[in-house]
Design a protein around this ligand. Structure first.
Ligand SMILES: Cc1cc2nc3c(=O)[nH]c(=O)nc-3n(C[C@H](O)[C@H](O)[C@H](O)COP(=O)(O)OP(=O)(O)OC[C@H]3O[C@@H](n4cnc5c(N)ncnc54)[C@H](O)[C@@H]3O)c2cc1C
Length: 552
């Protein structure tokens, strides 16, 4: 009797040409030699036991038990087996810690992102609590609040599973996740203890509510409305006896995807909290956290894209149609290669932002790179998230009917990807943030200023050593899209309405420029033309989305 052969995975590091080629370019040989064993091991885990466990654990979901048998409110969350295992592996393998141990200076962040990239697709979005843990560590360190740094950071960045804490990020309220300045949670000051407050309010989306700590926003009594009147607080969710500290978990959300993540609605009934940094400007002060979670979002996007393709390419070798495996059908392979090119483009953008973060954290960042990091963080997040959804959808189609069937594990790829453009700032919200990062106001007075110079300067630097005519041509496509975006800004018509097209154009343009640079390196150092073929194809895959106002 015939049957369908399922796709299988090998070592997810060893099989990943894109990651290995990139690391060979950015890491000096001795650094690569030192970090590779950790990546090979994570690649092995991700392609074998974690992936198998993920398939076996498919139907398990977190549970909330609100009452015990004797009528006590307990609000106990139990997470899945894979999540428990993922927590231990994440700590032991330093999926957060590597960035803070700074063994390889600015490349520590690249190393950590490579671990996260390999770990993420086999661990049921355990990346969510890790992203917030990493973001909380970075925020506390940047706050300079020594008491909180001493208390929490060693737990957030430890490799010892029994000491490891994760963090939540409680921002979104019923009044809005984008317009967070409307938040209604009130902070009442303790009359005797400095910096101690009690929080009262409802938090509408709190992922990974199993975390030991959270960073959250609340309005100290008497503060003005709006984002400036909010302050950033540190909360320990449980007391010494393990009881929730005046927090009620009202319910877990019933979600399209990320179903292994316990995302809860909370009521805070006098939850003790400490000020992190000042009694105002909470929205500004939580930015370091958002920058890190947005980086994780980009890394997760490329990780899920790559996983989908690893499965699709393997399946294409096994599935026979019209007398030959799909891998011998030019149209099927062209379809997959198109997705591969999107994935490579997204990969280079996400990892470039990782490099910039690494430089910043190691204190080695230039003024130009500070600007690039600010501008590219929202652009990278919004661009890669959209690519992830598109690629996941196509990957499912590439499996035919099997892609739509739950126990193949494939539909989860699409459902989980769909959250990437929503959380950590929606596409539109980040498109408007891109304007802020570039100092563009949607009113007319900023017309005419040269806001894209930082990118122009960077492209020129990258393109200096390009010699292959195909790559020169692809580079010109990037330059001309950038010039068009610049002209559109100068004209200044209806900027707000065009913000998304503008930001996606910049995202795809930077992706193309990065592909071009990498491709020339790959030709020169690896004698490999595959990256050139990718750059050439990406240049013809819709880079410039900016639409001019029709002239009257
Ligand atoms: C699975 C999941 C887990 C989550 N976990 C957390 C968590 O742990 N912590 C947390 O704080 N939040 C969390 N969120 C919430 C998430 O961050 C918000 O849903 C998101 O920021 C959007 O906010 P909102 O839902 O209030 O939508 P809204 O802000 O109401 O936005 C609705 C729509 O309007 C658009 N929009 C808003 N403003 C503008 C504008 N000025 N111009 C143009 N368009 C605009 C948005 O792009 C969006 O499409 C989670 C969400 C999900 C789905």
């Amino acid at each position: 009797m015939s049957h369908q052969a399922p796709p299988t995975l090998g070592n997810q590091y060893e099989d990943d040409r894109m990651l290995r080629s990139y690391l060979s370019r950015v890491c000096p040989t001795d650094v690569l030699r030192e970090i590779e064993p950790s990546l090979i091991e994570m690649g092995r885990l991700a392609g074998s036991e974690l992936y198998q466990m993920q398939l076996d654990d498919r139907l398990n979901e977190p549970t909330l038990t609100q009452w015990d048998a004797w009528g006590n409110r307990i609000d106990r969350i139990e997470v899945t087996h894979l999540w428990l295992k993922a927590e231990r592996i994440a700590a032991e393998h330093g999926v957060v810690a590597t960035a803070y141990e700074q063994k390889h200076g600015s490349l520590s962040r690249v190393h950590q992102c490579a671990l996260a990239y390999l770990f993420t697709p086999s661990t049921d979005i355990y990346s969510c609590p890790l992203a917030m843990t990493d973001g909380a560590a970075r925020t506390l360190i940047s706050s300079g609040n020594q008491l909180l740094i001493d208390r929490a950071v060693p737990h957030l960045i430890t490799r010892e599973p029994s000491k490891f804490w994760t963090a939540g990020q409680w921002m979104t309220e019923l009044t809005g996740g984008s317009d967070v300045g409307l938040s209604e949670t009130v902070a009442r000051k303790d009359q005797t203890l400095a910096d101690t407050f009690y929080l009262f309010g409802r938090k509408w989306f709190t992922s990974a509510v199993s975390a030991q700590i959270a960073l959250t926003l609340a309005r100290p009594e008497g503060n003005p409305p709006g984002g400036r009147g909010l302050a950033l607080f540190y909360v320990e969710t449980r007391d010494e006896q393990g009881r929730l500290q005046n927090i009620e978990i009202n319910r877990l959300k019933d979600k399209l995807g990320t179903r292994k993540v316990p995302t809860a609605e909370l009521t805070l009934n006098g939850t003790p909290a400490r000020l992190v940094y000042g009694t105002t400007d909470g929205v500004r002060n939580i930015t370091p956290l958002l920058n890190i979670t947005r980086l994780w979002n980009g890394i997760s996007s490329v990780a899920l894209m790559h996983r989908g393709l690893a499965l699709a390419f393997d399946y294409a070798k096994k599935r026979v149609a019209f007398g030959a495996p799909l891998s011998e059908k030019p149209l099927h392979m062209d379809t997959l290669l198109g997705l591969q090119v999107e994935t490579e483009a997204a990969f280079h953008l996400a990892f470039f932002v990782a490099e910039l973060n690494g430089k910043s954290e190691a204190g080695e960042i230039s003024e130009n790179d500070v600007q690039l990091l600010r501008v590219l963080t929202p652009i990278m997040k919004l661009t890669t998230a959209k690519q992830a959804v598109m690629v996941a959808s196509e990957v499912l189609e590439s499996f035919g009917g099997a892609g739509y069937i739950e126990d193949t594990g494939l539909p989860g790829l699409l459902r989980d990807s769909q959250v990437l453009p929503i959380w950590e700032g929606t596409t539109n919200v980040l498109a408007l943030d891109t304007f802020r990062a570039l100092g563009i106001h949607t009113t007319s007075e900023s017309k005419g200023e040269k806001r894209l110079e930082v990118l122009l300067w960077q492209f020129k630097l990258w393109f200096e050593s390009i010699r292959n005519p195909l790559l020169i041509h692809a580079g010109q496509t990037a330059m001309s899209a950038l010039a068009h975006a610049s002209r559109w800004l100068l004209e200044g018509n209806n900027l707000e309405a065009g913000a998304r097209r503008f930001a996606i154009t910049l995202g795809r343009t930077v992706e193309l420029a990065l592909l071009v640079r990498h491709a020339q390196w790959s030709e020169d150092h690896e004698a490999d033309g595959a990256a050139t073929a990718s750059a050439h194809r990406f240049a013809r895959s819709g880079i410039d989305m900016v639409i001019d106002q029709p002239s009257a």
